[in-house]
Design a protein around this ligand. Sequence first.
Ligand SMILES: [Zn+2]
Length: 355
Amino acid sequence: MRLDEPWPENELETLGKCPVCGSAERDVLLDGLHDMAFRVAPGRWTLWRCGGCAAAYLDPRPAAAFIVKAYERYYTHGESEAFRLDPPGPLDLRTRFITGVRNAWLNRRYGAKLPWALPFGWLLAGLFSDRQRRVEQLIRHLPPPKGRKLILLDAGCGSGDFLRTAGQLGYQAMGLDFDQEAVARGKAAGLDIRQGSLPGTGLPPESVDYITVSHVLEHLHDPVGTLREMYELLKPGGCLWITQPNLSALGLTEFGVAWRGLEPPRHLTLFEPAGLMTLLLEIGFEQVTLHDAVPQADFYYRQSRAQQLGHDPYQPGPTPGWSSEWDARAAAADAAAAQDSRLSEALTITGRKPA
Ligand SMILES: [Zn+2]
């Protein structure tokens, strides 16, 4: 398939109504979207805003049987590439100190045995509340296991980087992904990864304590069915953790069709915080919480700026068209999101299944 061609008609499905709430009331939010991020998927796409639940969705969209064609050149999410609880040494003095305080704090909290921990370093952790928030986001707000080993499922885990992190913090971590190659890579690295779909995991109900869904929900043809299944998989009292691009992000207003969070036609459905929280409550979750934003605008703004100018956002080197003015705009977006996390580039929400 060539990028400038339409996606083949017989491989599309037309919805006519919202895949989240079923309402047919809608307006065009953005038109003429195309694959600016990985530049493998042909087609022009329309993003609709639902009048019922305020979610946004592509319509038409590639049918589930053909969507794999949009993933021919796709990097699994690199969040943890830069984040290791056990960075290979030697560390420079500053990194040694930061790692030392962080790991001392995590060891104390989780009873873990992470390397590099500074003796009594945990006493200093409270002084770095920004960094502490960032670490909490990176460990996906995992609660410390109290007395027993907790089972974690990372649904859509890629090659399983987060399983390693969760394992180091004392969780019994398993992953699920539809991508055969990613599953094979993870298995080769000794991780518990299974191949499966969302929904339709094949896992037994009430078997998991904590489920994380990181940048996955927006890719699924049936996000609601998936969330319902996650609810079933959780033991009573178990928690679901979700992070994904935020339809209310300031970056969407700034960049429109070039906003990195859109990523058509791989991102099929996007939520505003309130809409996703309402959906979780309807499914039965309680204590549904939108977490504080961590700074992310630098990534989203740089990638969006490159896309806006027609460049590959993953091209190494300086960001095309970037200047100190853009640094300031990204910093302002982070500052606004720090005040009001409903404006953050990506949203993070947790919910608990009643005990
Ligand atoms: Zn809707």
